[in-house]
Structures are given as C-alpha cells and as structure tokens.
Design a protein around this ligand. Structure first.
Ligand code: DPP
Ligand code: ZN
Length: 873
C-alpha cells in the first residue's frame, strides 16, 4: 500500500468553496446529488487535472456547468474521478451517485444503525458518499437537502441551522434543508435520518444568543438522555468561562446510534455518538459510565473551537485538534470533579495505553511523519500524549500566558486549517520564548526515563539533585535527543514536613525545566536529608527512577502536599514488590508489611476525607502494568499469582477497616452520579474486592448479598465482578440472574460479556466462544465485539496470553472475520498483540505465528495489513 508522507504535503491545486447536497434516503438505493463550486487554487499548480477522491463510489451521472459530461471527458473508477482538462476559472461540478447504506458494514460514509440513517466521515468517509477533494485543508460552505419517507425517517438532521422543511406532495415523503455558514472540511459533514426521541432545552450563550440544544435517542429512551444534556450545558458554560469560547449556531444536536466505530464524532452542530456515551440511568450505567459520558460530551463539544473553527491542515496534524481537545476535556472534568483524583485516572490511562504503545512495535511520534492508513493513528499517543504536551506547555509558561496564547491561536487561525507550528507560534509570540526545542515532543517517539539521585551535604546544608533523561530507541528512531521536561518538585523532611529549601533554578511555581541529558540542581538551607517529591501532579509524561527506599516513599504517602505523589509513592512501592514477586526475587515479610501497614494507617486516618482517592490508593498496579514494567521475558501467570498474593496480604492486613468501610458506606439515599457519591461507592467496592481476595467465603457472601440488594448498576456490577474471581455455583447463578434481568439492554449485556471475558481461568476461552453464539452478540456491532473479544484480549492477561497459544489463535481468527466486515474494528482488535515481543519465548513464538497467519491472508484491509506488518517488523 502507498505511504503518505508529511514532507510531501502541498496545497490542493483546486478549492471547493460551496457544496450543495441533495440526499434521497432509501435503505438500499440512496441517491446523492452533489453540486460543487470549484476553482483553481491560486497557491496550487495550474494546468493540472482535477482528481477527486472516491471509495467504492457508484457514479450515475456527472455534469460540468450544467452540461452532462460524456465518456472521454472524464475518467471514473470507484476510487477516483479525474477530469484531465478542467476549466481554468470557477466552475460547477454536479455529481450523482447511489449508495446502499444497508450494506455498509464498514460504518464509514452513509450507513444504517437500528434502521436509522447516519454518517461518519472522519477521516476519509465523505469520499464514500460522493467524489470530493476529501482532505481537511479544503473548506467549503455546505447546504444539505435531505428527503425521506416520513414513516421511515420523521427526523432529518444536518449540519448548521435548519432553513426549510416540508412534505413532498402526494408521496408520503418529506424533506429538510440545512445550511452551515461556517466553512468546513468534508470530514465534519454529517446527516441523520430516522425515528428518534428528543430531549432539549434552550441555552443562552454569554453574549445572549439562544441556542436550541438537543439529544436524540432511540424512542422510549428519552429518560436516559438527561445526563448527557446536562453535561452538554455544563460544557458550554465551561468553555465560555475558562477559554472565552462561545457557541456559534442556533442549534446543537447530539444523536446516539448503536453501531459506531469510535466514541463519538464532532460534526459541526450535529455530533453523532456511540450510544454507550449518551445513555445513562442508575439502573443501567455505572459511575464510570457517567464520568465517561460527561468527558466525551465535553470533548466533542470543545472540538467546535479546537477542531472545527480551527481545523487541521492535513492528517499529520491530528494531535493539533485531538491532543488539545483531550487536554480541554480533562481540564473540564477536573474542574467538575476532584482534580487530583481525575489526574490519577488520567495518568493510569496514559501509562496503561500510551506508555504501552510507545514501547511497542506500533510506537510513533505524536505527530507522525508517515502513514499507510490514517485510521490507525487515532491512538493513545496522538490523543493522550498529545494532551500531555499541551499540559507541559501550560506548566512551563504559566496559566496566564497559556490563556493568552490560546486566544492568539484562535484569533489567528479561526476559519483556517492549521499546523502544530501555528499552535506553538502563538505561545512563542505571547511569551517571547523560543519553543523550538520544546517542539521535539511532537517529533520524537518513546517514553523518556528520568532518573533522580539525591546527595545531601549535612555540613553545608546543601542538597543536590542529579537528573538524567534518556529515551529508548523506537521503530525508525534509533537515537534520541534530550527533551524539554518540566519537573514540578519539592522537598519533604524524613518525618513528613514540607521543607523551606531554596533553589534559584526552581521557578515560583515550583517547576524546574530539565532540557539537557544531564543536569544538577542544588537547594540551600537543607539541614537534614530530605525526601524529594518530584514530578508532582505528573508534570511530564515520563518514567521515573528514584533512589528512594520504600520507607522514604511511604513518608510521601502519608505527608506529601501533592496528592498525586502520595498516590504515586504507594504505587511505586507496590510495583517494586510486584515485580520482585513476579520474577522470583525474594520479598521479605517486613517489606510486604511495611506497605500494607502504611496503607492501613493511611486509610484509617484519611480515607473518609477523600474516599475516591483512598479507593485509588488501595488499587494495586494492574497485571498489564506490571508486565510493562518488567518489559521482557514476561510470564503473565507469575504476575497474576503475585498480584493475587499481594491483594490477599493487603486484604488481611486491613481487614477490620475494610469491613467497616463496606458496612458504613452502603448506599442509603437515592443514587446520584456526582463525584463525591461515586467516591464513596468506589471505596466501598475496593474494600469488597480486597476482602474477597483475603478470604473467598467472606467475599462470596458479602458480594452475593450486595448483588441481590444493589440499588444501582455501580454496586451491582462491582459485586458481580468480585464474584467472578470465585469459581462455583454462586457465581454461575449470579451470571444467569444478571442476564435474565438485563437481556433486553444491549449496553448492559456488554458489561456482562466483559466480566466473563476477563475471568482468569482456563475455561474462559470456551466461555467466550459460547457467548459469541448468544442472541445479543453480533460480529457487526463494534460495542459487542469490543466488550467480548476486545476485552478478552486487553483485560485478560493470563487467558489471552495462554501458554498454549489458543488465546492468540482465537483473537487472530476474529480479527480476520471482522476484517471482512469492518476493517477499523478489526485493526483495533489486532493492536492487542502490541505486547507480544515482551513475552517469554513460548508465548512469543505462538504470538508470532498468529500474527503471521493474519499477514499471509490475501485481501487484508489496508487497516489490518498496516498493523500486522508493523507488529511483525
Ligand atoms: N470523533 C473522534 C474524536 O472526537 C475523532 N475526531 O476524538
Ligand atoms: Zn476528538
């Protein structure tokens, strides 16, 4: 397949200023007429053919300035349309195509989901609707007319504002016309037609404009759309208050659909969502579902400025909108909830997904320089590491300059397709700083490791920190340069008091910027040997090596002023012990006890002050995290045993306190998804999990009672998840009861699939295969496939990585099956193999064979072909 390279970018030779679209919706034969106002681009080449992109396009007719073109005047195939001698001035091109939305299992372009019509155009789906210059730097004003059988699709939605609607006399058909005054690239185009219920309200913007905001869902599910609508309103207010950004159309609609490849899509004025991130009720959604809905609603809404008003010049700049928008949604969630708790959740996700990717064969820079298939670059690196870069920038320049830089960026780039350079230049210009070295974060892949060594000179009352950074090689980048690493830090005394030490290289916000391979900083006025607290708030996306003892780290757990580092200290100690236990390095009883007694003491005094934080402190690093830390010759069974042993130890050590939490934090008032209530549930359920690890019978009894009496999905699912760790009839009965209760709720059955797929037992593979025959399962629906198969591969370390290779062979077979229907879904699933090189030799050879069996298959999609080749390289 052809490789697209950043260095080959050049402006389009033609521009399209205006697009008029006419859709006659039909389940198998939708007719589309596109009228494009085309002109040569003054900054493009002249006297070149016009080549429009297509993908499986079925062309019916074509006219230029109203004159039908004859064969010979153009060349068309499903993948492109070429007019070799187009006019040298503005002209109109009218293209008629026909689409079968029912047969569109790729879920790109126009397709049907539960009978409704919807579209997905990012990145390159618009070319499946009509021929077009389908690239983000071609911005046009769109008018869309949609016509459909009224009975089939009473609701017709497009981008922009509604202009006109009515019935087509005597036909049973109706139509709606939508006009979007904001020029946009084709990837932001959308339409929806179907039977949908609606909840809505009027939002008044900061300048007093009224906006009709609405959430559309399957009829009958309107009572589950309220939280999404509320989250939308809060997002709109937040972007006005924090970034000064106001909404710009008369309507803003969110539509939930059941078949969707991504989480959601930020189409101008018409966001289309995976229903998983819209629908919520206490009976069907967990606290984390509510938090995800809030975050994704905010994310897509924030794209209206960071993505839509200012879009990307080309797909290499994807992080320009995604990294920035993730940063913005993380800030929103932090403001709406608890900032430290949210920061910990962000970092956990970053480490488990992005650090993993960065150390795998799929590692790539935040701004890649080449791709075969752009869909494979909607990654944790582009999104999450992209967000961390924006956060570091803010840490380095400070809040005020960051806001001024954002304003300048929006001012300069509004209505344009921008680059990472445009973004950085805005901050360079407001601060007068040279950000060219900082920009290396966008180009260099791999996770830097920063080692920190402290030296105390008692006589001189000086303390020196020696800092050293190093980034391991990644595919295509054998050697690495030092990066600009902001380190937020402070010193704490051995008995936990903040030290009043001075270092002139640490700025007033407590940040030192390491920009060389090695550097040392010296603090004065340090009478006794301190405990350094570095990378407070996780101020840079790096791995840290500390020369601190476990006991010193546990001082930080009790006393650091930085909540993130309190959590991190306990995690670091737990990780050290887990790695030792997993690799056969002896761990003494004292070492185990020092962690558990510190944690017990901590929860006894502090847990109820911030239950959500305590729940996080009690959660050990995951098996996958331990595997990543070990990094080579990994034996997942040994890690599983080690983690189980440590949970048992912790559950026993803190038993009384945990029992007390489980009793006293039981839900009494009616369910509310707010962060404080969710935190209490999280602590109670973390307690239950450890109690069950310590003693199966106690766990089984507490969990089954909780399962039967739970008044909300969070508590019910948490208890079922604990029962999953205890083989026997109680578990099997609970599985059956849950199915019985929720069989008509696909999103709840997804949770049921996930829990069973994650059971760390040898019979799970058979169970998963059996569940594929369940009436609720469908290989066509991405949520079902990800819940059952994706989570088997991603969450079940011991069974996916079975020593006999059966887990790999199974997932490989599903990747091949899915690839025939939905390449994006298949290639996502395939990324589960990105850890294969770190496994011990037996597993590694099984994984290689499974990957080779995929690579050898003829007619692979470009999506899967790209991932499998990079995985094997
Ligand atoms: N819909 C995806 C997102 O918002 C891609 N733009 O991240
Ligand atoms: Zn996004």
């Amino acid at each position: 397949a052809q490789i697209v390279r950043l260095e080959d970018y050049r402006p389009s030779d033609f521009l399209i200023d205006k697009v008029e679209l006419d859709f006659r919706l039909h389940p198998t034969a939708t007719k589309v007429t596109a009228t494009l106002s085309v002109r040569p681009n003054p900054s493009g080449r002249s006297d070149v053919p016009l080549v429009l992109d297509g993908d499986e396009v079925n062309l019916k007719a074509i006219a230029l300035d109203d004159r039908t073109l004859e064969a010979g005047e153009f060349e068309a195939n499903p993948e492109s349309l070429t007019i070799s001698q187009p006019p040298q001035h503005s002209f109109r091109l009218t293209i008629e195509t026909e689409i079968n939305p029912t047969a569109n299992t790729k879920l790109m372009g126009l397709y049907r989901s539960s009978g409704n019509y919807c579209t997905q155009c990012e990145a390159e789906g618009f070319r499946r609707i009509t021929y077009f210059l389908d690239r983000p730097d071609v911005l046009a004003v769109y008018t869309t007319r949609i016509e459909a059988e009224y009975e089939e699709a009473p609701v017709l939605l497009g981008n922009g504002n509604p202009v006109e609607s009515g019935f087509v006399e005597g036909t049973g058909r109706h139509y709606a016309v939508w006009h979007d005054p904001f020029p946009k690239p084709s990837y932001l185009f959308a339409l929806v037609g179907g039977r949908l219920g609606r909840v809505s309200k009027t939002f008044t913007t900061m300048s007093g404009r009224e906006v009709d905001i609405a959430v559309y869902v399957e009829p009958g599910k309107e009572d589950r759309a309220g939280y999404a609508l509320d989250a939308l309103e809060r997002s709109m207010i937040w972007d006005e208050q924090v970034f000064g950004r106001e909404y710009d159309l008369d309507v803003f609609s969110i539509v939930a659909v059941s078949d969707f490849n991504m989480g959601a899509m930020e189409n101008k004025g018409l966001n289309i969502f995976n229903d998983k991130y819209v629908l919520a009720s206490p009976e069907t959604a967990t606290d984390s579902d509510y938090a995800n809905i809030e975050a994704i609603i905010a994310h897509e809404y924030f794209h209206n400025w960071s993505g839509n008003r200012v879009t990307c010049r080309d797909w290499f700049q994807l992080c320009l909108k995604e990294g920035l928008t993730v940063f913005r949604d993380q800030e929103f969630s932090s403001d709406e909830r608890s900032r430290p708790v949210h920061r910990i959740a962000e970092v956990k996700a970053l480490r488990s997904r992005q650090f993993l990717e960065d150390s795998s064969p799929l590692a790539h820079p935040v701004r890649p320089i080449q791709y075969r298939e752009i869909n494979n670059f909607y990654t944790a690196t582009v999104y999450e590491k992209g967000a961390e870069i924006v956060r570091m920038l803010k840490t380095i320049i400070g809040d005020e300059d960051f806001r001024r830089g954002m304003d300048l960026y929006y001012d300069r780039c509004d209505g344009r397709a921008a680059t990472v350079e445009d973004f950085l230049k805005a901050f360079a210009d407001v601060t007068g700083r040279d950000l060219s070295h900082f920009a290396r974060w966008y180009a260099q892949s791999g996770t830097p490791r920063v080692s920190v060594h402290g030296h105390h000179d008692e006589a001189a009352k000086m303390y020196r920190l020696d800092l050293r950074q190093q980034t391991p090689p990644t595919p295509g980048q054998p050697t690495k340069e030092p990066l600009v690493v902001p380190i937020a830090l402070g010193l704490v005394t051995q008995d936990g008091q903040p030290m009043d030490a001075h270092c002139e290289r640490v700025n007033s916000r407590g940040v030192f910027v390491l920009d060389k391979t090695e550097d040392s900083i010296t603090f004065t006025g340090v009478a006794s040997r301190p405990v350094p607290s570095v990378f407070r708030g996780f101020s840079a996306p790096v791995k840290v090596s500390l020369d601190l003892s476990n006991d010193e780290l546990l001082v930080l757990l009790r006393h650091d002023t930085d909540a993130f580092n309190r959590w991190q200290a306990a995690q670091t100690v737990a990780m050290r012990l887990l790695v030792s236990l997993s690799t056969g390095t002896p761990v003494s009883d004292e070492e185990m006890a020092s962690l558990s007694s510190a944690l017990c003491a901590f929860i006894e005094t502090d847990a109820l002050r911030d239950p959500a934080f305590a729940a996080l402190a009690l959660t050990l690093p995951s098996e996958a995290d331990v595997a990543q830390e070990i990094g080579k010759e990994v034996d997942p069974d040994a890690i599983h045993r080690a983690r189980k042993a440590m949970r048992r130890h912790l559950g026993n050590a803190c038993r009384e306190q945990l029992l007390d939490f489980h009793r006293s934090l039981a839900q009494t008032e009616s369910y509310s998804p707010d962060a404080a209530s969710a935190g209490r549930r999280a602590l109670r359920n973390a307690a239950l999990d450890l109690l069950a690890a310590a003693d199966l019978r106690t766990g089984e009894q507490l969990a089954s009672t909780q399962f039967e009496t739970a008044s909300n999905m969070t508590d019910r699912l948490a208890s079922l998840s604990v029962l999953m760790t205890i083989p026997g009839m109680v578990r099997e009965n609970a599985i059956a009861a849950f199915e019985e209760r929720y069989r008509s709720e696909p999103l709840v059955i997804d949770k049921w699939f996930t829990l069973q797929a994650a059971i760390p037992e040898d019979t799970t593979l058979e169970r998963v295969k059996r569940l594929m025959e369940h009436p609720a399962f469908s290989i066509n629906n991405p949520n079902r496939v990800r819940s059952l198969i994706g989570n088997f591969a991603m969450l079940n370390q011991v069974q996916f990585n079975r020593a006999d290779g059966a887990g790999y062979a199974f997932v490989a077979s599903i990747v091949l099956r899915a690839d025939e229907l939905n390449p994006q879904l298949a290639s996502r699933l395939l990324t589960a193999f990105s850890t294969w090189r770190m496994m011990e030799p037996t597993r590694r050879s099984h994984a290689r064979r499974a990957l080779q069996s995929i690579a050898q298959k003829p007619n692979l999609s470009r999506d899967v072909g790209d991932i499998v080749n990079r995985s094997l390289e």
